[in-house]
Design a protein around this ligand. Structure first.
Ligand SMILES: O=c1ccn([C@@H]2O[C@H](COP(=O)(O)O)[C@@H](O)[C@H]2O)c(=O)[nH]1
Length: 492
């Protein structure tokens, strides 16, 4: 029986038939999470209810990873541990581990306190090699979400084994990240078996093959028309072309201090804020504040923050998100209890009021600079789409001396990315090494994803740092992750 490309030598017909019998492989019309309508649906979660099948799946996957594939892919590099991608692959990895007396490590999906370093459970040493075990691969993103924290904890990942390769671009995506994919089964191989056994018709087979061909590389990322200019340039080079002095200053600082980390210190007393700023100061290029959450803010709080900024070489960003008519925004910037313009190096503004909010902020005595919110990290944000981003860009381009860049999420994938001036700074919040989000709509991505895949320059980390039991070492870890990602981007 012909196996699909990339499957193991021992393509297991009985395994395919058993998966079909328990409805782990189904045909019909299914709406996927992405919104796409698919003629095939794979639900491998049911396997846990069939111990013999689970056993056979584990054996097939062990063989796929330890023997040469039909297409010549060599066996996996020797590994000391296996790590199942939560949750479906956890029992599979456990059975493989028990059959072959091989150690496992476990990646925690939700780690509240990054400082406890319990994102990876188990007994391991730096440079140990881990085989990642997953039930199926489509785009490769869910595998990557497990590989990244393993690598962050200094474990080496070279190979990934899956039961089914959906043949939709996952293999190439993983290869681009230096990983070899081993698959026990492929969709084309499964279809061949089921057609041969008259379980599905050739017409259904063709509709699935058409679906696969039409839906390649489903990472969910839009592909930019041309690579944005700023990605290949160093911060230092870009500082020279920045039209806004605050952008030039920040880019130079990042290059000099070798950090692209901004700590968002969202605490509620001056004492906590200043203590944290002192602790994380050596690691960051920027400290971000929300002065209106600090219950005892005084002029001295702002002055002390500036003293620390000078001592540790960072800049101070008040995340005020001005969103009113120009006159009010200017008053909010200069006056009131906080007198933001007197102690912050720069602020930010929503684009919803229109361009005059920028003129007004710029006119304030002691005004620094301003970032525009082009995208937000919160679930359900309406600040989305090419037109919204283009409005932010046009407003920035009209005030190049005062607008230093953007608060954004995926600037690399903007339709207009190739036209964006490399002198702008892209600052991205919603960053965590351990969590995917909170209960009130925050969505997180990792420093690597933000910088390499999405085009961020500065990663903004709040609870990942000030919520850790040791903010100092958490900031050092985020700094390392952010800088490594930037260096990797320059090599691409
Ligand atoms: O789209 C946005 C814009 C701003 N933020 C701010 O960043 C920090 C993130 O804090 P975490 O604790 O890391 O979630 C916070 O101050 C937000 O107001 C954002 O998250 N998303």
């Amino acid at each position: 029986m012909a196996a699909g490309s990339g499957s193991s030598n021992n393509f297991d017909e009985q395994l395919v038939l058993d998966l079909f019998d328990v409805e782990a492989v189904k045909f019909g019309t299914f709406t996927l999470k992405s919104g796409l309508t698919s003629p095939i649906y794979l639900d491998l979660r049911v396997i846990v209810s069939y111990p013999k099948l689970l056993d056979r799946v584990a054996k097939a996957m062990w063989d796929a990873s330890t023997k040469e594939d039909a297409d010549g892919t060599p066996p996996a590099t020797d590994f000391q541990h296996m790590c199942g991608v939560p949750y479906t692959a956890l029992p599979i990895a456990t059975v493989m581990s028990m059959h072959h007396e091989t150690s496992m490590v476990m990646r925690r999906k939700e780690v509240k306190d990054y400082g406890t370093k319990k994102a990876i459970e188990g007994a391991y040493k730096p440079d140990d090699v881990v085989l990642v075990v997953e039930d199926l691969v489509t785009s490769g993103m869910s595998v990557w979400e497990t590989v990244e924290p393993l690598q962050h904890h200094k474990l080496a990942v070279k190979d990934v084994v899956v039961l089914i390769d959906r043949q939709q671009g996952g293999r190439a995506f993983l290869k681009s990240r230096g990983l070899v994919l081993h698959a026990a089964l492929t969709i084309t191989g499964i279809l061949d078996v089921l057609v041969a056994h008259k379980k599905v018709t050739p017409e259904v087979q063709q509709s699935v093959l058409d679906f696969i061909a039409a839906n390649q590389n489903t990472t969910g990322n839009k592909v930019a028309e041309a690579p944005p200019k700023w990605l290949a340039q160093s911060y230092g080079t870009r500082a020279k072309s920045a039209k806004c002095p605050a952008a030039a200053n920040l880019l130079e600082l990042m290059e000099r201090k070798k950090t692209n980390l901004c700590a968002s210190l969202d605490v509620t007393t001056s004492a906590e804020l200043l203590k944290l700023a002192e602790e994380v100061g050596p690691q960051v290029c920027c400290v971000k504040t929300h002065c209106d959450v600090v219950s005892d803010w005084t002029e001295a709080t702002g002055a002390e923050l500036q003293r620390l900024a000078k001592a540790h070489d960072f800049v101070v960003f008040e995340d005020r998100k001005f969103a009113d008519i120009g006159n009010t925004a200017a008053l909010q910037y200069e006056c009131g209890l906080h007198k933001i313009s007197s102690w912050s190096d720069f602020v930010n503004a929503h684009i919803t009021p229109g361009p005059f909010v920028i003129d007004a902020l710029k006119g304030v005595k002691g005004a620094g600079a301003c970032l525009l919110l082009a995208e937000m990290s919160s679930k359900g944000t309406v600040a989305t789409g090419d037109a919204y981003v283009k409005s932010a860009l046009d407003m920035a381009d009209a005030h190049p001396d005062f607008v230093m860049g953007f608060i954004d999420q995926t600037p690399k994938n903007w339709k207009c990315a190739k036209d964006v001036d490399p002198g702008y700074v892209h600052m991205t919040p919603g960053i965590s090494l351990a969590s995917k989000g909170d209960k009130v709509g925050q969505q997180y991505t990792t420093p690597h994803m933000a910088i390499v895949d999405n085009g961020a320059d500065v990663v903004i980390v709040g609870r990942g740092i000030y919520g850790a039991s040791d903010a100092k070492s958490a900031s050092a870890e985020y700094r390392e992750a952010g800088w490594k990602a930037y260096e990797a981007r320059l090599q691409m």
